[in-house]
Design a protein around this ligand. Sequence first.
Ligand SMILES: Nc1nc2c(ncn2[C@@H]2O[C@H](COP(=O)(O)OP(=O)(O)O)[C@@H](O)[C@H]2O)c(=O)[nH]1
Ligand SMILES: [Mg+2]
Ligand SMILES: [Zn+2]
Length: 379
Amino acid sequence: MAKKPSKKIRVDFRKNRQNSTRQNDFTRRVQTDDADIDELKRGQRVSGKGDLSRRRTVFGERGDDDSFVLSVDEAACLRGRVLSAIGSTQCTVQVDEGQPHAGKRFECTVRRVVRTVARDARNAVVTGDRVLFLPSENQFGVIERVEPRRGVLARGHQYRQHILVANVSQVAIVSSAAEPALKPALIDRFLVSSAKGNVRAIIVVNKCDLIDVSDLQPMIGQYARLGYTVVPASVQTGLGIAWLQRLLKNEQTVFTGQSGVGKSSLLNTIQPGLAIKTGDVSRITQKGRHTTRYAQLRELTLGGWVVDTPGIRQLELWNVQPEEMEGFFLEFRPFVPRCKFPDCLHLVEDGCAVRDAVQQDLISQIRYESYLRLVIGDD
Ligand SMILES: Nc1nc2c(ncn2[C@@H]2O[C@H](COP(=O)(O)OP(=O)(O)O)[C@@H](O)[C@H]2O)c(=O)[nH]1
Ligand SMILES: [Mg+2]
Ligand SMILES: [Zn+2]
C-alpha cells in the first residue's frame, strides 16, 4: 500500500495562557514542562523568541476527515480510547487490547501541539477518541495524537460546536410510550442529529407495560419503512431487553432521550451498574469541585461500549441549514424535485410537491410537523 506523503506544516503557538493555572498546580507544571522539553529533544524547532511568538514545524499527514494526523514516535506510545474528557485537557484513557497495560486506565494531559493542529482547540480531545499517548509513571501520560474520527455527536452550546462523543457507531434514541408521553417531534430531532453525525439510529420505546403495544404498530411501521429499527421495550416486563443486548454487542452506542423515559433503568437492566449515578458526574478540577456535563464511556461485558450523557437532555442541532433539512427526511426525497421552486423549503411556497404529498397522506402529517418545527426552529 502506498504511504500517504508526509506533510510539513508551520503552526503558530499562541501566547501560553496556562501560566496562571500552572502556578496553582505543581504536579501539572512539572508534567507540562517535561512535555515541552521532550519536544525539544525530539528535534522540533523552536524559535528563540520565547512563548510569545513561537512557530514550529510539525510533521504529519491529512486524515480522511481532513484532520491533521501528527507523526509521533509510535513505538514509545500506547494506543487507547478516551473514556472521558474534561475540557479537552484532562482525559481518562483506557489502553487497547493486545498492548502492554491492556485495559489499564491512564490519566492524561494533552500535548499542546495536539490542540494547535485541531480545527477547534476546545474539541481537540473528546470522549470516544482513539489516541496515542506517551505513558509516564503511576498511570499518568500525555496524549500525543488523536486519530481521525468517524461518527460524532455534537450539539450547539453557547453558539459553538461542542462535540459530545466521537467514534460512535449508533445512537439509541430512548422514548417512552407513556409517562412521559411519546413525542415524535423529539424522536425526529434526534434522528436528524444522528444523521448529521453519520451515526445509525435505533429508536427505543420504553415503558410498553403501560400501554397496549398494538397501539404502537402504526408508529413502528412508519419508522420501519424509513429504515429505522424500533424496539418496543419495558424494564418492568423485560420486553425488548434481549433484543437491545444483541443490538449493542460490539457497538459503540450513545443513549439519549428526554429525562424520565427510563434510560438509566434500561442501562442497568442491560447490565447491572451500567448507568452513571448523578453523583459520579462531579469531579475535582483546578477550580474546585465542578459538576460538568460530559459524556462517559462504559464497557459492556458482552463487548462494545455505551455512552451515557447525563445532564445533556437533548442534542441541540448544530449547523444544520434549513435547506439541508429535507435531506434528513427520507420520505420527502421523491417529492422534492417536483416542487416548482428549486429552493423550496416546503413551508408556504406555491407548487410545493412535499405539501401536496402530505395532503394526500403520502407523507405523514406528524413527520411534516416535525420538519416544520426543525426548520422554523421555535420549539
Ligand atoms: N412503568 C415503567 N416505569 C419505568 C420503566 N423504566 C423506567 N421506569 C420508571 O421511570 C422513571 C424514570 O426512569 P429513569 O431510568 O431514571 O429515566 P432516565 O431519566 O431516562 O434515566 C423511574 O421512576 C423508573 O422506575 C418501564 O419500563 N416501565
Ligand atoms: Mg438517567
Ligand atoms: Zn416544496
